[in-house]
Structure formats: C-alpha cells, structure tokens
Write a protein that binds this ligand. Sequence first.
Ligand code: COA
Ligand code: AMP
Length: 631
Amino acid sequence: MSRYAPIHESSIADRNNFWLKLAEDIHWFKAPSRAIDEARPPFYQWYPDGTTNACFNALDHHVNEGRGDQHAIIYDSPVTNTQQKITYSQLLDEVSRTAGMLLEKGVTAGDRVIVYMPMIPQAVVSMLACARIGAIHSVVFGGFAANELAVRIDDCSPKLILAASCGIEPGRTVEYKPLLDKAIELASHKPQACIILQREQAQASLIDGRDYDWQQTLAKAPATECAELPANHPLYILYTSGTTGMPKGVVRDTAGGIVSLKWTMKNIYGVEPGEVYWAASDVGWVVGHSYIVYAPLFHGNTTVLYEGKPVGTPDPGAFWRVISEHNVKALFTAPTAFRAIKKEDPNGDYLKKYDISGLRSLFLAGERCDPDTLAWAQDQLGVPVIDHWWQTETGSSICANYLGIELLPVKPGSPTKPAPGYQLKVLNSDGKECSAGEIGALVAESPLPPGSFITLWNAPDRYESAYFSTFPGHYETGDAGYIDEDGYVYVMARTDDVINVAGHRLSTGAMEEVLSGHPDVAECAVMGAADELKGQLPVGLLVLNANTQKADNDICREVIQRVRDEIGPVAAFKNVVVVQRLPKTRSGKILRATMRSIADGTEWKMPATIDDPVILDEITEALAGIGYPAA
Ligand code: COA
Ligand code: AMP
C-alpha cells in the first residue's frame, strides 16, 4: 500500500484541513483559522488571518527551543581558503543587529532592499535581517551585468542596497562596486543608501553621503526583535527570465513559504533537525533562497554555504571533500555540476580519496536530468539519486520522490510524481487532456499549493496573462512533457523562449533584444542548442544590414561582448554566425524549433508553412561552420 498516494490525495481533496494541519508545525504569533482564501482567483491567499515571521521561524524559535549552540551555517570557501562555523545563537545576534542597522537607515516593513552579494554569510544575514523587520529582499545574482541590476532596481525601487565589494570566480575577482555604481547610474530610481561589505580581495571606494561601510555601520546598530507580520506579507521578490528582456519579479509570501518548505525537509529530503544539509547552488537563484537559506533553517538543520565550484576549486574532488569534512547527509545540486565532475573524473578516482559514507541521498534539479548522468551518479555514490522538478515560481518542487515518506521506484528521465497540492495535467493546444505518454503542455489545476508565488511584482496583469490565461483555471508551467500510465511525470522542454544553461534560466528573447541593438544587425534569432556539459548553450544567427562596412567576424565579436556587458557572463553567449536570411513561415514567424533541431542534429520535418525551403540548407551550412551539430 503506497504511503505517498493518500497524502497527495488528501492535499487536493481535503485541501483546507491538510494545509491547516501542516501549518501547526511552524511558529505563529497568531495561528490561522483557515488555510485558504479563494475569493479572488488566481490571487489566492494562504492562511489569511494568521501572523508570523520567517526570521523567527529560522532563528529565534530554535534558540528558544535549545538549539542555540548548534551550527546554523558552515561557510566553506575554497576560493578564499576560509571556513567559518556559525551557531544559531551567533547568527541570531548578527541578524538582529543587522536588522537594527536597516531600521536605523530608515527601512520599514514593506520597503524593498536589494541584496547583491556572493556566497558569503552576510548574504544570508542580509536576507534574514530583512525578513526580521518585514522588508522585502530581492537578491540579485553576481553573474549578471550592471544593466540587469539596473532593471531590477527600477522595477522594485529599493530604499537600500546591501552589497559586497567583490565576488570570486576561479581565476578572477569580480568587483561588484563598479557594477553597482554603473547600475545606479543607469537606473531612474536611486536608492537612499548602499551599505558595502569590504572583502579583503577587493576594497570598494565609497561615495560620500550615499555609501556606508558595513562593519562601521553595524557596530553602532542596536539589536531588534521580529516584527509580527500578516501571513501573506511578501517575504521576497526574485527576478527570473521570461520571454522578454523584462524579467518577472516572482513574489513569495511569508507563511505559505514557511509551511511548505519546512514540510519538504523531512518528507522529500529525508533529513532530521540537527543534520547537515547542502544545496550547492547560489543564493541568487530560487534553490539558494529555499534550500541554502530558508528551509534548512526552518527545520533546524546546519546548512552549508559553499563558495566554490564542482571542479577547479581545486579539483573534481571538491564536492566529496565538503561532504566528508562536514558530514553532509543530503546534497542538492544541478545535473550540470555532475556532468562537470564526470568529465574530469570519469572513473571517480577523486571520490576514492574521501569517506562520504554519511551521505544518504543526492537530489538533482534545475534542468532535465539525462539518464546517463543519473546512472553515473548512482554508480559512483551508491545512494538514491532523485531528480525533482522545480521553478522559481513554485519555490519548491512540483514533482519529486519522497524519501521521508516512501522512496518510489526511480524511473530515469522522470522527476517522479506530483508534490502535495499539485494536480498536474497534460493538455494539448485545444485544452483537451492528452492520453498517457502523449506530449503536451504541463499544467497544474489552480490553486497552487502554499509556498508558490502569489503575484508578479508591479505586474499583477502579467501574472494572470502569462500563467493563468491560456488554460483557464490552470497554471501554465511553460514546460512540455507527458505523464505515463503509472502517473510518472516527464518534463521534456520549455514551450517558450526560456533556455537552461548550466542550470541557469535565461531568456533567448532578452539576448535577441541585445543583438538587435547592434547598429549593423537587421534581424536575428537566438535558440538553445544542446550542450554536453551545460545542457543547453545559446546560439545566435544574425542577418546584417545591406550597407554594413564591418567584417562579419568583427560584428560577431561585438555582439558577444554586448551580451556579456548587458546580460552578464552567466549567459555564456559565445556562438554566433552571420546568415543571409532567417527561415520563416509564410506569416513571418521565425522557425526557431527547426533551426534548433538542425543544430542538435535531431530529426526534423520540413515545416509545411515555410516561406522558402532553400533557406534551411543555408542555415545548415552556417551552423556547420560553427561546429553544429556537435560531434
Ligand atoms: N559572479 C560572476 N560571474 C559568474 C558567477 C558569479 N556568481 N557565476 C558564474 N559566473 C561567470 C563564470 O565565471 C563564467 O564566466 P567566463 O565566461 O568568464 O568563464 C560564466 O559566468 C559562465 O559561468 P558558469 O555557467 O558557471 O560556467 P562555468 O564554465 O564557469 O562552470 C559549471 C560550469 C557546470 C561548473 C557551473 O555552471 C556549475 O557549477 N553549475 C552548477 C549549477 C548551479 O549551481 N545551478 C543553480 C541551480 S540548482
Ligand atoms: P528556474 O525557475 O530557474 O528554477 O527554472 C525552471 C525551469 O527549469 C523549469 O521550468 C524547467 O524547464 C527546468 N527544470 C527544473 N528542474 C527540472 C527537472 N528536474 N527536469 C526538467 N526540467 C527542469
């Protein structure tokens, strides 16, 4: 008899009681009397009459319950050769004073604060300090360019920016301050102040009257208590790529996030309070928000904050060192990290140097997990390897396997079965349900469970139109896939212009906007082509203006630099080729999917609506010139 099935069933059929019962597991200032307010779909509100605080649940609650001397954070930084262990009591003290520092700078509940920091303890401290006083944090990933930061500053209009002087990538120091100054210069909104944490690897110069030194400002700040906040008070805004250059500001509420994340730690990840849990991601991504910071702390775990890479810091044994040194019980990362390790250490020689017998499970997400990577990880580690399907919007997995309830048989290529509250369907373009095994749009019946996004910042209309309008009554995930006869879900590809590069979600539309901005480019297309290491890599095709004086190679070099300068190095935009024309349908739509199949070397059919079939021969030749399909 399955133990998972009745739990999933009651999360849908008996929604109110199910989620109210789970809510008993968190700390409330005022407990809610009901689970959901459904008055204004799709703007559902979870625990509408409760009051709570995410920071209280992450820190104060545990210190009050006697967990003060346990490590909350293990900071492990091979790129700076440092380690630091911080107890729950120490973290509470640091966060309370940082919250006091925010109050002294005039930040109050509801104000936005941008956090622009690498993987250092102060990033976690900043997020929790905001949560403590009800300020809404928006963390911006360090691999983005100044322009992306400017877009976010303008959209969420922060009162304050908390930043570090630099991040460290293998082989180079990324100075954040010049990027921050440039972003503020580009943005129309100007923050009242910036507080800068000086790292010894790069000292930032401070602008008088606007910038403040973190240590000096913090030294004068008083400790402050947690604010009692309404359950649906926004905890954070996290921007993610959509189909255009304007990212979507995903808003997470407070209580829904706490209830759902706390539940997953035991039931999905199978860890107990006190154990060490490691999500090897970045605080700038949703996985970092949920599983480096909030969930492990809500559950009383020790979270590993790793400032390094799977390879090169210093070698492909880096993950095994961290697991053995800190006795990590569960590891969560992206398949691309394992592909990188496998490429450099196919026989697992580095693994043999470490004792990782404490590790019980590996969780993978962020991109489709190819069965080869899954099999390699299973063989090497000898523990369950669990693929689970995620989105920034949902905040935790949509589909997973449930280590703490019942390990369902693993089917390679499938992230297994829906998480509580997700009633998934596969619909065809007419909105009809597909039969088992048939590919269509993956959708979830509304309402989504607690912890999923409640709106888009400044864009409630976009929230409705982008996610809830194509299939009324359903959330459109933007992923295509199928469900098999056993109810296993398979996620195959995005249905929109979003691509996934090394587990990072990027918009080809945004890259096209940058390419089109080049004065010599008449028309362009960007698509995601398969890549053995990163899953996908962007490939650009340019049609140039007839009167262009410059050589093709020069223009290609310039557009590559533009994408790096305007979107950031994380876009990994390096492959671009000039073509005479782009293939289109008779109605003028660029045939990106056909071009992608050509680049990937997969089978494709001549589209019936194509304007001029000969163009595809030209495209095949041009892509071959830059190495596609890959050997
Ligand atoms: N700040 C500044 N630059 C950054 C950055 C950051 N936080 N993160 C990445 N970059 C830069 C890199 O230095 C690189 O620059 P380069 O073009 O000058 O070399 C570029 O962005 C691309 O980075 P990345 O995609 O990380 O590729 P990589 O070749 O450096 O490393 C992997 C490849 C697979 C090792 C790496 O992508 C990885 O560890 N992935 C794990 C995935 C992950 O954490 N996903 C999060 C969701 S779970
Ligand atoms: P992000 O919002 O950055 O977490 O990216 C979400 C997208 O990543 C999803 O819409 C999927 O396209 C992809 N994705 C995440 N996890 C998986 C998975 N386990 N299998 C397939 N695709 C995934």
